[in-house]
Structures are given as C-alpha cells and as structure tokens.
Design a protein around this ligand. Structure first.
Ligand SMILES: C[S@@+](CC[C@H](N)C(=O)[O-])C[C@H]1O[C@@H](n2cnc3c(N)ncnc32)[C@H](O)[C@@H]1O
Ligand SMILES: [Zn+2]
Ligand SMILES: [Zn+2]
Ligand SMILES: [Zn+2]
Ligand SMILES: [Zn+2]
Length: 431
C-alpha cells in the first residue's frame, strides 16, 4: 500500500508560517522551513499573563499505563508579537527568571488582597486580566524610571514602585533637573567667584558665603550646619575651586538612592529613601517652573479644584515668584506633607544671586532609616534665628530674612485638605 503512494503529494493543511511557529514552539530545528538554531532564541518573553496546572501524559518512550504528571503552564506574551499570538508554555521552556518573579509577586499580592492562601489550578478571568494589566503597568513604570534617570541631577538611581494599585506614570508631567524659567522672568548669572585654594580653610571673608555676608553653610562632610531660615551661598562657576570643594553640595545633585512609591492610604505617590541618611544631609532640590505670584494665584485656583497643589512660594525677601512643580518638576514633586517631617527646606544661591530667586533645597532634619518616607511640612514655621547662638555668623550682616518658602494653596475659596500623615501630632489638615 505504502509503495503505491510513492511520488504522490498531499497538500499540507498547515501554512508554512504555522509550521514554523510549531517548530519554534517545540524548539525543533528545520532547515527546510528555514527554522535555524540561531533563530530559536529570537522569541523573547515580554511578560507572563496567566497560569494553569494540569496533568499531562509523561513523555516516555514506554508509558503503556499513560502515567500522568502535574505540569505548570504559563501564558506568554511574546515581544514583538500581538496578543492573539500568546501561547501556553510549560515552565521548563521558560528562562525568564525575573519575569517569573514579577508574575508571582503580583499573584501573591492579589491573592493576599482576596484573603486566599492557595494558588488555584486555573486562574479566574478577573485574576488573569489583572495580571496582564500589572505586567503592562510594570512596563510603563520601568520606561518612566529609565526616562527619569536619563535626565540627570542624581548620582544614584531613582526607583519607581507601585505595589498598591494600577496607577501608571503621571500624565502631563515632565521630569527636569533645573528650574524652568517662564518667559519674561530674567535670571542674571553671577559674574564673580572666589579665589580660594581651599574654601573651607581660607578666611571666610574671601569666599562666596563671606562675600555675601554669611557663614560657611557646611561641615567638612557636607552636612548643613546653619539654622533653617539662613541662606546658603555655594561656590559657583566663576570660583577657582574645583568640583570637590566642600562648599558645593546642592549643585552636585541627589546622592542617595530614592524611590517614588505608591502610598497605601490614599496620598497618591510618595518618596522614600532606600538607604540610611545622616542628619543634616542634602536630599534634593524643589524644582519646577518659575512663575510670577499673580500667575500662581491663577493656577492655584485650578489646582485647588483638582485637589492637589505643587506651588511653592519663593518668599525669601519678597513674594514675587513661585515655583510650580505641577507639570515640570523633579522627584520633589512626589514628596508628601507630614506634620512631623524629616526634611527641612533652605534657600540656596549658586550661580544666580538674585535674592528673589533662591533655589530651594531639602536637607534631613534627623537621621533617616532606609525605607522611611521623606516628608516636609507644607506650612512650615521657622523660629526666628538666634544670632547670638550661631557664633560663626555674628560677624556678618544678616541679610537673609527668616522667612521661608511655603506650599501655596489659593486663598480664595480655601477648602481644607485632610491630612493623612498619621503622626501623633497631626494637625488634621494640609492647608
Ligand atoms: C506635592 S504633592 C505630593 C505628591 C502627590 N502625593 C502625588 O501623587 O503627586 C501634594 C499633594 O499630595 C497629597 N498629599 C500630600 N501629603 C498629604 C497628606 N499628608 N495627607 C493627605 N494628602 C497628602 C495632596 O493631594 C497634596 O495636594
Ligand atoms: Zn572659596
Ligand atoms: Zn569653593
Ligand atoms: Zn566660591
Ligand atoms: Zn498631619
């Protein structure tokens, strides 16, 4: 019978591409179909979006009783292929350890929320659709994290984590690493710097802080030592000293690993430190668009209706300008308020000595443990400076007023925003 069929051709029910896919699926090299060993690895798992455990016949040459073994399968979304090309793959085909870890992180997190302890054989449609959304969210957060870190302004990495809900990167927000000065506002750059060979050891009068009538702000280790309310004058681009000068701290950027994370009690995003921070260390600047106070009033009314404000008054000498971090900002955009904060803000002058336009820098007001959330008081009060007690400054004129920047909410139609800082001295509202 078989001999009779010699030379006979039968049309294959499968198309070439289906056969190629089958080869890839079974990891079978077929040169006739153009499936080469090299190409086997072209399939990259983008993410895993479903799971099931079933009993399959053991693959043995001799298995007459049809012995079964339990096998785990994962639904794979392939990179570069549409969703309808997703395939179920046994665990043994997968080498994407990190994606598997993420997948199970999400599964356990969700089962925990549903108060379930056992992993089911098959996931309910609700769970698999949630896992897919989580996988996509993770991708967009990873892209955002990469974009943030490409902007600069930090020597360590900024991480982004959301273990709470499906919120992705904020819309209409651009990450920046310097002030964005609005049209019509001019910033004049400094024309003189110091000539010190060692700014910390040189007589203070000749160095930048002294010239402007202030004390040296930092200790040798870069900790701020002047009281809140006092301005900081750092060395600038005209100074003879190098980048390692102890009077260059804020300008060197963020030096701790920080994480933008989703808070669990409805405060949106927040910022925490991934490493221990010493007392009086520089943490970050408050950056945004510099706008006039009139413009801030207009924008404030809109922001108030949206229930969030990112306006920070620059009222060091007069109330002329405001920093608006709503649409342009850095990591400080995500720092929440606390009635018992661990950050303190200082006015800093570097390349621009215009007292109406200080830079705003956050320093830790105590030692902060790894994992702690970073917060500042949106309505902070600074005690008037005791000139006598800060000996170092007693030789100089106090040009800096003890006024401080304040997060601003529009005065018109002020609606009290409930504070959820959770501290024992919570005053109950933000503004
Ligand atoms: C500068 S933003 C902080 C980042 C913000 N959580 C986010 O997701 O973009 C200020 C807004 O965060 C929220 N927020 C900050 N601290 C809070 C607190 N202690 N209690 C309640 N909401 C807070 C309020 O909506 C506030 O208007
Ligand atoms: Zn100097
Ligand atoms: Zn210097
Ligand atoms: Zn200098
Ligand atoms: Zn509070």
């Amino acid at each position: 019978m078989a001999e009779d069929l010699k030379g006979c051709q039968v049309a294959c029910k499968y198309s070439t591409s289906q056969l190629q896919k089958l080869c890839h699926h079974e990891r079978f090299v077929c040169l006739d179909l153009g499936v080469k060993r090299r190409e086997m690895h072209n399939f990259e798992v983008e993410y895993l979006c479903d799971y099931r455990r079933t009993f399959v016949r053991k693959r043995r040459m001799f298995n007459p009783t049809g012995e079964l073994k339990e096998t785990e399968f994962y639904l794979v979304k392939w990179k570069g292929y549409p969703d309808h090309m997703n395939t179920w793959e046994p665990r043994t085909h997968l080498r994407c350890v990190e994606l598997l870890r993420h997948f199970w992180d999400d599964v356990y997190l969700e089962l925990q929320k549903q108060k379930k302890t056992l992993v089911p054989d098959h996931f309910e449609p609700g769970l698999s659709s949630y896992l897919e959304q989580r996988a996509r969210q993770r991708q967009s957060l990873q892209q955002w994290e990469a974009q943030i870190n490409s902007v600069g302004g930090t020597t360590k990495r900024i991480l982004v984590r959301n273990r709470v809900d499906l919120e992705g990167p904020p819309k209409n927000f651009t990450y920046i690493n310097d002030y964005k000065v609005s049209e019509g506002i001019s910033v004049t750059n400094v024309t003189v710097g110091c000539n010190c060979t060692n700014c910390l050891e040189n007589p203070l009068e000749g160095c930048c802080p002294g010239v402007s009538g202030h004390g040296f702000a930092y200790s040798q280790g870069g900790q701020v030592k002047v009281k809140p309310g006092k301005p900081i004058y750092e060395c600038n681009s005209r100074c003879r000293c190098g980048p390692d000068c102890p009077n260059r701290v804020v300008q060197r950027g963020i030096k701790h690993t920080l994480c933008i994370f989703r808070t669990e009690n409805g405060r949106g995003w927040g910022v925490r430190t991934c490493e221990r921070i010493k007392k009086h260390s520089f943490i970050m600047e408050y950056l945004g668009e510099i706008i006039t106070t009139e413009e801030a009033e207009r924008r404030g009314q809109v922001y108030d209706t949206q229930g969030a404000t990112y306006l920070f008054d620059l009222d060091y000498v007069e109330d002329e300008y405001t920093v608006d971090a709503a649409h342009y900002g850095n990591i400080s955009h995500f720092v929440n308020h606390s009635c018992k904060p661990n950050l303190q803000v200082y006015n800093v002058f570097i390349d621009n000595l215009d007292e109406r336009l200080p830079r705003l820098a956050f320093f830790s007001n105590r030692g902060i443990s790894a994992g702690e959330e970073l917060t500042f008081d949106y309505n902070m009060h600074i005690d008037p400076i005791d000139v006598e007690s800060t000996k170092m400054d007693s030789n100089f004129n106090m040009t800096g007023s003890p006024k401080k920047p304040i997060m601003k909410s529009s005065p018109k139609k002020r609606v009290r925003v409930e504070c959820k800082c959770g501290t024992d001295i919570c005053r109950g509202y933000l503004f």
